[in-house]
Design a protein. Structure first.
Length: 390
């Protein structure tokens, strides 16, 4: 069996390739095919695919560490790998018949997705007719299937539930809408469905999933027992951790040779002010890593034991995620200030790291303030709900 260490080592071996193609990834606004192929050959799109289909079926910790390691090479590429793996994990929660549709026909299938139910449905015999538009579907250029949020209606047209629908990529059209400041290469474009049929076995209830009631029959598979929202939130911290490490590596390496303009310092490394800021940034990245790893361990241990995280535990994972991302963003801002205005030269990778981290750090599920409010209410016993995603 492939180990955690093996997979992280494979990701580390790909960093030079990702750095080599980073500028082209931005220019093309998608990850180049040679990079996608190398990641696929390394098996890094199959971290959450069930072993029944030849996947690795790893853990939250492995997904976190592989994503972070790839992000040290390129943020957009890491984000795409992260989103594919978590959407493949979502697929493993569906009934076996749906999983067979996806992975039985193609064990290397890649799934992308959007949870927001920005669509309409009509109940028909055996399933639903669906139309909709889903922004922003990261990695959709490289996917075979999509898992998409849909309102579930009864025969009278009333919305009775919220669902996730598994849809073949061939049933969907793609609109090029991703023109952004950061994470340019994620190709997070819009997927469009026009009156497509989705059979009942390829639809899963989101409220039930949030409480750990998954339709998969394979309850012996540990990863597929993991808590729903905690997985969806925490995976977003992985790319951020790697971007923070990449920024720290770049700035500390340059500090040994780069002078501080308009001072008598021949190198930044000689400056006590720089030393203090570097230490603070490094500790913030360590803090982010420790919180993310704690949350991953809590998710994995509960899944291993066959228990489901209670509301307060799930709220803390969201808060851990927000805290990790906030600390990484503050660390990167400090490092950019240390490095100076040269950080923003087009040829300097630091400006891309800064843009990528600040774009990804605003993802709604990772928003620190929402996460902190959810956790604070849970700690104080306040029942008011501000989001279903806990």
């Amino acid at each position: 069996m492939t180990t955690h260490e093996d997979l992280v080592a494979r990701a580390a071996a790909l960093r030079p390739l990702l750095r080599e193609h980073a500028a082209a990834t931005e220019t093309a606004r998608r990850v180049p095919d040679p990079v996608i192929d190398a990641i696929a050959d390394a098996g890094l799109f199959k971290l959450a695919t069930p072993r029944r289909y030849g996947g690795h079926q790893t853990s939250m910790r492995t997904m976190l560490d592989v994503s972070a390691t790839l992000a040290e090479g390129d943020g957009s590429t890491s984000w795409v790998v992260t989103l594919v793996n978590v959407c493949n994990w979502l697929t493993s929660l569906f009934p076996s018949k749906a999983q067979d549709d996806v992975f039985g026909a193609n064990p290397d299938a890649r799934v992308t997705g959007v949870l927001s139910p920005t669509s309409t449905t009509a109940r028909v015999d055996g399933g639903w007719q669906v139309s909709g538009r889903w922004y922003y579907n990261s990695g959709s250029s490289h996917s075979d299937w999509a898992v998409l949020g849909v309102p579930l209606t009864d025969e009278g047209g009333a919305v009775v539930d919220q669902g996730l629908a598994l849809v073949p990529r061939g049933d969907l059209t793609l609109e090029d809408t991703w023109f952004v400041a950061g994470m340019k290469g994620t190709a997070s474009n819009c997927l469009i469905a026009e009156d497509i049929f989705v059979p009942e076995h390829r639809v899963m209830s989101v409220p039930a999933a949030i409480e750990g009631r998954y339709p998969t029959e394979h309850t012996d598979e540990v990863l597929s027992r993991s808590a729903f929202v905690p997985i969806l939130a925490l995976v977003l911290a992985g790319p951020q951790l790697g971007l923070g490490r990449a920024a720290l590596e770049y700035v500390t390496e340059k500090a040994a040779r780069k002078p501080i303009s308009y001072t008598f310092y021949e190198t930044q490394a000689e400056s006590v002010a720089v030393q203090l800021q570097i230490a603070e940034a490094a500790l913030r990245i360590d803090t982010a890593t420790l919180h993310a790893q704690r949350a991953a361990s809590e998710i994995d241990q509960a899944a291993q034991q066959g228990t489901y995280l209670d509301f307060t535990q799930r709220a803390r994972v969201r808060a851990d995620t927000g805290w990790a991302i906030q600390n990484v963003l503050e660390a990167i801002n400090t490092l950019v200030s240390v490095h100076g205005a040269g950080s923003f030269a087009d040829v300097n990778p630091l400006q891309r790291i800064w843009r990528d981290a600040n774009t990804a750090g605003r993802h709604a599920v990772a928003a620190p303030t929402v996460a902190f409010e959810v956790y604070g209410k849970a700690l104080l016993g306040i029942d008011e709900k501000i989001t279903p995603l806990v």
